[in-house]
Design a protein around this ligand. Structure first.
Ligand code: GRF
Length: 196
């Protein structure tokens, strides 16, 4: 079985990245991590990647000032050098330009902490609580030029309980995300292979 070369983009804690690395440790998982890339040099997730023996790299967006595309060209070069065939955004907190998104469209996925199409963007749990929703969840989707707007690959939900706060919801959702993302990434790999 050919495994697709996987790059994971992070900005911080990287717990979803860790879940993907754990899943990919199985030899029959359809993706093989080749690079973990962070836009923040102090991201904790970089240490986790190092411990897992996966090549990791920080490209500090601040070094590029307001020139988003120059930052993305540096990322693109590193991704291409690593032979990347699929990108998983995992808590990557930079908005990407149309140039980068179009270049990787159909090969880049993201995990978002809401049941899309509800609550694109930030503060998803607060918005779900404010709306009185009965459930919250997470979505893995293809990345398209609109923010959190691409085709949905897979979702997972959980009930909102009386007394829930944004923190309690986020804490209960995290292990759900860690199950969801490896399963959805495997589906994305199958979709890419079917296209080849
Ligand atoms: C997750 O809740 C994910 O859905 C969102 O950002 C958070 C990242 O957490 N996009 P981590 O860095 O994977 O621990």
């Amino acid at each position: 079985m050919k495994r697709l070369k996987l790059a994971i983009l992070i900005s911080g804690r990287g717990s979803n990245m860790e879940a993907l690395l754990k899943a990919a440790a199985a030899p029959d998982y359809p993706a093989e991590p080749v690079l973990v890339l962070s836009n923040r040099p102090d991201a904790i997730g970089l240490e986790t990647a190092l411990e897992a023996g996966v090549p990791s790299l920080a490209i500090d967006h601040k070094a590029y000032g307001k020139d988003r595309e120059a930052f993305e060209r540096a990322m693109d070069a590193a991704l291409t050098d690593a032979g990347t065939e699929i990108i998983a955004l995992a808590g990557f907190m930079r908005v990407l330009t149309p140039w980068f998104v179009e270049k990787w469209q159909g090969r880049m996925i993201n995990i978002h902490p809401s049941l899309l199409p509800k609550y694109k963007g930030l503060d998803t749990h607060q918005r779900a609580l404010d709306a009185g929703d009965a459930e919250a969840g997470a979505t893995v989707h293809w990345v398209s030029p609109g923010v959190d707007d691409g085709e949905i690959i897979q979702q997972a939900s959980l009930p909102i309980l009386p007394g829930d706060t944004t923190d309690s919801l986020a804490a209960r959702l995290l292990p759900v995300e860690h199950q969801l993302y490896p399963a959805a990434l495997a589906r994305a790999c199958a979709a890419i292979k079917a296209r080849l």
